[in-house]
Design a binder for this molecule. Structure first.
Ligand code: UD2
Length: 296
């Protein structure tokens, strides 16, 4: 955890003077538990990169490309090369049942790609749901040896602009682009009390994305382990949460407050019109024909 709390800037670094009286006023930039909400204009990228350069960190990213979803991988990887932690050590893990179909993408020095075989599945819900299990396994078997941070991302997406060190934190969640202006009564939380993903009416802070989350390795390990075991216990009881692991993640984040919240700039959806407070789109989900690409 020392990675997180000791931010050392290089001496003589020049950057714009910060202010506590002027800045973004059109959006909220801090949660009620005083976690920053990252919007364009709230951070200095040069300052952030300089701080983290000195820490010599490794960032792991996981992405699932099972069945036809392998077709999204090329663009995901190519755009990650341009925008995702450029200049840092990045190790991307692709969980796939089609390791022979991995696209050829040239990666910069210090960046690498590893395929991690997973079984095919007949139900898309199962693929999405089992992600927590495989993430837990990867952290325990491999990543604990060398990675500091991890981000878990949907593959049917692409980067458009910087996603960098400003996103690092203990436990990091992205506010879902579809619900960030909505009343919490409209959030698609799991509403059946029998499920371990249950969030009661009048509870919940934000609706977070299942398609992007991360943080320090130990924190994400705890999250993945909890969501996986709750998902499994639900299955034994014959119940599957409304949005699979996304529902369990939302329940987890209600109790375990994220230490950094990323605005919907960090996961937009291509079919959505852009709202004025969104000054930049960093990462977005592509438009897809569900019927054509899902196994059922
Ligand atoms: C939402 C969430 C997703 C997940 C899902 C609920 C966002 C933007 N997306 O997306 O993260 O929580 O709801 O289950 O928050 N996959 C495969 N092969 C398949 C099906 C899925 O590899 O046949 C993987 C792939 O990495 C994909 C991810 O699972 O990106 C999520 O599945 P989806 O994109 O079909 O789910 P979607 O769009 O409903």
């Amino acid at each position: 955890l020392s990675q997180e709390f000791h931010l050392v800037a290089p001496d003589h670094l020049k950057y714009n003077q910060p202010s506590i009286v002027s800045g973004r006023t059109d959006v909220v930039t801090v949660t009620p538990w005083l976690a920053p909400v990252v919007w364009e204009g709230t951070f200095d990228p040069v300052l952030f990169d300089s701080i983290y350069k000195q820490k010599n960190i490794t960032i792991a990213a996981t992405v699932f490309a099972v069945g036809k979803y392998i077709m999204f991988l090329k663009e995901f990887l190519e755009t990650a090369e341009k925008h995702f932690f450029v200049g840092f050590r990045v190790h991307v893990f692709v969980f796939t049942d089609r390791p022979n179909e991995l696209p050829q993408v040239k990666m910069a020095a210090g960046r690498q790609l590893t395929a991690y075989p997973v079984p095919s599945s007949k139900r898309w819900q199962e693929i999405s749901a089992r992600r927590m299990e495989f993430i837990q396994e990867l952290i325990e078997k491999e990543l604990h040896k060398y990675a500091d941070y991890i981000f878990c991302l949907d593959v049917d997406s692409r980067f458009h602009s910087r996603w960098g060190t400003e996103s690092l934190g203990g436990l990091v969640a992205v506010v879902h682009p579809g619900y960030y202006r909505a009343d919490r009564s409209e959030f698609p939380y799991e509403r059946r009390p029998e499920s371990r993903a249950y969030v009661a009416p009048g509870e919940g802070d934000f609706y977070y994305c299942g398609g992007a989350f991360g943080g320090l390795l130990q924190e994400v390990h705890q999250l993945a382990k909890t969501c996986h075991s709750n998902f499994k216990a639900d299955a034994t009881d014959g119940i599957e949460a409304a949005w699979q692991e996304e529902s369990h993640l939302n329940r987890y984040m209600w109790i375990n407050k994220p230490s950094k919240v990323l605005s919907p700039e960090y996961l937009w959806q291509d079919f959505k019109n852009i709202n004025p407070e969104v000054k930049i789109i960093r990462f977005s989900g592509v438009i897809k024909n569900y019927a054509a690409i899902r196994p059922n």
